[in-house]
Design a protein around this ligand. Structure first.
Ligand code: AMP
Length: 201
């Protein structure tokens, strides 16, 4: 199964991508985290990445795709992309990579959360790029760059719009339902995550 999860900052996409990767046994490919790791060193590339992250701007696609391609190639049949593709350039890069091997995405999940709820959640999270100005910028960037991606996959008929408001368990349940994963595994999964401290709330 090849999935992608998108959503505005604070939509809970990474929490959900991690959960779906565990219940469906998929590699979790998370460019936001790969970029933050890459930005920690002292190289010119790291400094360049930091500038974009700190400004709430998207990192140029060549840098991102280089990181993501390596991970996709490693787990070609079983992955969930977390925040990729976020631009039409990235759609073309991903589609080219998949079509070369006669593969395609099975579903693009989009988590829908209101702007108010996003602000509330992100200010509570407190990551360095979670200040009100940068959050506003990231939401605007999301609509400008990522709305066309959503339209593209709507036309491909693999789009699953999911209500992202509610507890993480409820949202996981909605995603699994939308994917058509049967209720027995959903219940087992929610019980399993209750005692699992590794999954963030
Ligand atoms: P996230 O953790 O997904 O909210 O991503 C945090 C930041 O990483 C974003 O604000 C961007 O600066 C960068 N980033 C994550 N994914 C991408 C992507 N697909 N393309 C470009 N930049 C990205």
């Amino acid at each position: 199964m090849r999935l992608s999860i998108l959503g505005a900052p604070g939509s809970g996409k990474s929490t959900q991508a991690r959960r779906i990767s565990e219940v469906c046994n998929l590699a979790h490919i998370y460019p936001g985290e790969l970029l933050r790791l890459e930005a920690q060193s002292d190289s010119p590339l790291a400094r360049r990445i930091r500038e974009y992250l700190e400004a709430g701007q998207l990192v140029p696609s060549d840098i991102v795709f280089h990181l993501v391609e390596r991970e996709i190639t490693r787990s070609f049949d079983r992955f969930v992309l977390d925040g990729f593709p976020r631009t039409m350039t990235q759609v073309l890069e991903l589609e080219f990579l998949l079509r070369k091997r006669n593969a395609k995405l099975d579903a693009l999940i989009v988590l829908e959360v209101s702007r108010n709820e996003i602000m509330h959640r992100l200010l509570a999270r407190g990551r360095p790029d979670d200040t009100p100005d940068i959050i506003e910028r990231r939401i605007d960037v999301f609509h400008r760059e990522t709305d066309p991606v959503i339209q593209f996959y709507r036309q491909e008929s693999i789009l699953l719009m999911v209500d992202g408001e509610g507890t993480p368990d409820v949202v996981t349940y909605r995603i699994l339902s939308a994917l058509g994963i049967e209720p027995v595994s959903r219940t087992a999964y929610i019980q399993q995550t209750k005692g699992n401290k590794r999954i963030p709330p």
